[in-house]
Design a protein around this ligand. Structure first.
Ligand SMILES: [Zn+2]
Length: 253
């Protein structure tokens, strides 16, 4: 396939361009700093790309704001008033101190109460939150994996939640084992479903090829939307790299 890469500078915006044998123009904004990339059919002029980018500037800004906001989200103190994400929603943490057994409980749609005894420090609170995420993610994966296994006609022998730095999920095809990133607990049920479908689909097709996309599309036609939502924020504040097959870096398709 012929690909021509280039660069367009527009005001304060630098746009990477890739021209290749495709039918439509795609604009992407990528973390961590909101890099803008346009993929366009071979014969598209710079002018056309400029016009399209200009028409998308409000959207590009929005995506970039999201990254900066979420950049700030990565450092946590576990104090009252701090934002924490759960199942795609933002909650304000409320620390309740007393002689409680440590737990986290959602309080309506906006508040997350963490019950702790006063001597517990920041790290302890982080652990309590992590346990909450793990239990809840496990619960939703239980039903989601079962649901999508049925639709795809596959079965995973083992489903596990792991802390992963560079991927949302992974599949070991031979062992029929799928792993999910604990960070998914912060994502919406649709995003989680997409990762479930993606990993289960790997039990049928190893590579991110046409067949693989077809499998996903057959049960989840709107997967692109979920994938984009998923990748609009990189979990944790570690170094995330793109790359290597077999491991799922960002579940790019
Ligand atoms: Zn994959």
């Amino acid at each position: 396939m012929i690909t021509k890469t280039g660069k367009l500078v527009m005001a304060d915006l630098e746009v990477q361009t890739v021209r290749k044998n495709i039918k439509n123009i795609h604009i992407g904004v990528y973390p961590p700093n909101g890099r803008v990339r346009v993929a366009a059919p071979l014969r598209t002029t710079d002018e056309t790309i400029r016009l399209i980018v200009i028409s998308k500037i409000p959207w590009i800004r929005k995506q970039r704001d999201k990254f900066t906001r979420q950049e700030r989200e990565t450092h946590r103190e576990y104090v009252t008033g701090e934002s924490h994400y759960f199942m795609g929603r933002r909650y304000l943490l409320n620390i309740v101190q007393g002689s409680y057994r440590a737990s986290v409980q959602l309080n309506g749609m906006k508040r997350m109460d963490m019950y702790v005894s006063p001597h517990l420090n920041n790290e302890d609170r982080a652990r309590i939150m992590e346990r909450f995420y793990r239990i809840e993610l496990n619960r939703s994966l239980d039903s989601l994996v079962q649901k999508w296994e049925g639709k795809l006609g596959v079965h995973a022998n083992e489903v596990r939640i792991k802390k992963m730095k560079t991927k949302w999920g992974s599949a070991n095809i031979k062992a029929k084992r799928i792993w999910f990133n604990l960070e998914l607990a912060k994502k919406s049920p649709n995003c989680i479903s997409y990762v479930v479908v993606h990993e289960l689909a790997h039990l049928i097709e190893k590579n991110h090829n046409k067949r693989f996309k077809g499998i996903i599309e057959s049960v989840m036609p709107q997967w692109r939307q979920y994938r984009d939502e998923l990748n609009s924020f990189i979990p944790g504040d570690e170094d995330w790299n793109y790359g290597t097959e077999n491991i799922e870096r960002f579940l790019k398709l």
